[in-house]
Design a protein around this ligand. Sequence first.
Ligand SMILES: [Zn+2]
Ligand SMILES: [Zn+2]
Length: 157
Amino acid sequence: MRTYSKEGLIDVRSLDEGLNEIELKVLASALSIEPLEEDVRIQLKLHKTGEKLTAKGDVTFALILECSRCLTEFRKEFTEKLDVFFLPGFSESKEKELSKDEATTLYYGSKGVDLLPVIHDTILLSTPMKSLCSEDCKGLCPKCGKNLNDGPCGCKK
Ligand SMILES: [Zn+2]
Ligand SMILES: [Zn+2]
């Protein structure tokens, strides 16, 4: 297990030709996504062919979300797929060619492959705008504001 700090990069030259299986741990503080909890785990299969690199894997993380009905905070785990294709390249304009194709093509610099932006986007894209603590959340009483999941309030309907 490698811990992947903000400065962490994967040195392509240090990888074996062919398949490399690595497990990374990214610190939530390096990603600055507010509802993100603890650490982010990434199981990666890096396939190296010359200078080309394919990264496929799973990103597992937990978010602290607020229920849009009862406003209670709850924790939810996510596992998202990562599928990126890396090519060597140093031009800035190339780096901006981020598309939402099936396999995103990115470019790595002389220092190595920086997975942090990819992981950041993956987490951000899967963060729901609205979320419920449970499908049958009863919400708050519109009159007294009591959380009706904790039991009925005294208000007359
Ligand atoms: Zn709720
Ligand atoms: Zn009430």
